[in-house]
Design a protein around this ligand. Structure first.
Ligand SMILES: [Zn+2]
Ligand SMILES: [Zn+2]
Length: 373
């Protein structure tokens, strides 16, 4: 396995052949495949003319060449195996569209963790039979909004990223990966968010990716640093974008559960979870009414983080309340009516989306193979 995922993605991206095309590699390959018998024969000739060549050194050199040849074969084998090991199967997926809906800061104990499911009636009554619930899903990084969303979109847990929209993620997102592959499909990837600061999800600081291949954004009142807007507006905008552009990749952030949690307003917090549940139903119905998107869309519903186990007003540490979040997924490539309790986390969404949308897998997360039919 290659442990450096950046290197691995470069190798996959540029092709194995170009990886070898460097002067040093060519030299090593040439040396490894030198005709060893010929070298021995040359040595015998030299010896015949009484040149001063040490037998010990020749044997050492011949041994070195055999070792080099052996190591090169192992190297190629490891490279080929590591490039294919994360794939579920080499196949075409039915999914052509992928929607991630993030309900900001809803605690698991008020969603799937509440056995009455009173705050998520649509997810429980309508969606549960159509898809997969994982009750052991976590934010395994910093349990703040930007960190949680960046984990989903880039596949990396970034501990130190600023949580106020003042810093771009270090690595490119699956949106940029998609736009690089589909540069002419200008409206095919969207980030639509109630929180203005999440506009940072559309860009990154990473070398050749910075300011390149960006998705469309519609965040907050009017972009980064203009303030939050109501979830009802966000859903209205998302609906228009779905109908007009049929985006292949869409991420929606709903802020209200987090917003009312911070206000210490328990009933508004619960109501906004219920409202978010209704929005999931609305978004899914919008998709089903589109003959192109229906049957080809995969939906993920999750949270960026939860809230403290003992204090619903705040979040941000590693208590179970902050880490434990909801996971629901449905789509044409996924099983139906399954409840899992396999420990997974936010970055695995990135890996799984990269898999079903045929994007390069540089994620630190793992493809959730248990979801697939
Ligand atoms: Zn949040
Ligand atoms: Zn906590």
């Amino acid at each position: 396995m290659i442990h450096d995922k950046n290197l691995k993605s470069e190798i996959i991206e540029n092709g194995i052949s170009s990886y070898f095309i460097s002067f040093v590699d060519c030299f090593v390959i040439a040396l490894a495949f030198t005709n060893i018998e010929r070298i021995k024969a040359l040595y015998v000739q030299c010896y015949f003319f009484e040149l001063q060549i040490n037998t010990k050194n020749l044997n050492k050199f011949v041994f070195f060449l055999y070792m080099l040849r052996f190591l090169l074969v192992i190297h190629v084998l490891i490279l080929v195996l590591s490039c294919t090991s994360d794939k579920v199967k080499e196949r075409q997926y039915l999914t052509k569209y992928c929607v991630v809906l993030v309900i900001d800061g809803a605690r698991f104990s008020e969603t799937w963790g509440d056995s009455s499911f009173q705050h998520i009636p649509y997810l429980h009554n309508y969606f549960e039979n159509l898809g997969i619930v994982n009750t052991a899903f976590y934010n395994s990084g910093i349990t703040n909004t930007t960190n949680g969303h960046v984990a989903i979109t880039t596949g990396f847990y970034e501990n130190n990223i600023n949580n106020s929209g003042q810093e771009l993620p270090s690595y490119h997102s699956y949106f940029q990966d998609w736009m690089k592959k589909n540069p002419l499909l200008l409206n095919s990837a969207w980030v639509i968010s109630s929180k203005d600061k999440l506009e940072v999800l559309s860009n990154c600081k990473e070398g050749k990716w910075k300011d390149q291949f960006q998705p469309q954004t519609d965040c907050g009142v009017n972009g980064n640093f203009t303030g939050y807007r109501n979830d009802s507006l966000t859903i209205s905008h998302a609906t228009k974008v779905l109908v007009k552009y049929k985006p292949n990749l869409l991420l929606i952030n709903l802020k209200d559960p987090d917003f009312y949690g911070h206000q210490n307003n328990w009933s508004a917090y619960l109501n906004s979870i219920k409202k978010s549940d209704e929005y999931v139903f609305h978004i899914w119905n919008t998709i089903q009414q589109d003959p192109e998107m229906a049957g080809k869309t995969t939906l993920f519903v999750t949270n960026d983080h939860g809230r403290h186990t003992s204090d619903f007003q705040h979040h941000g540490d590693d208590c179970d309340g902050c880490r434990h979040i909801m996971f629901y997924a449905m789509g044409p490539d996924f099983k139906k009516n399954i409840k899992l309790s396999q420990s997974r986390s936010l970055i695995d969404i990135h890996a799984t989306i990269s898999e079903i949308m045929n994007l390069s897998n540089y994620s630190r997360g793992n493809v959730m193979t248990e979801l697939f039919k």
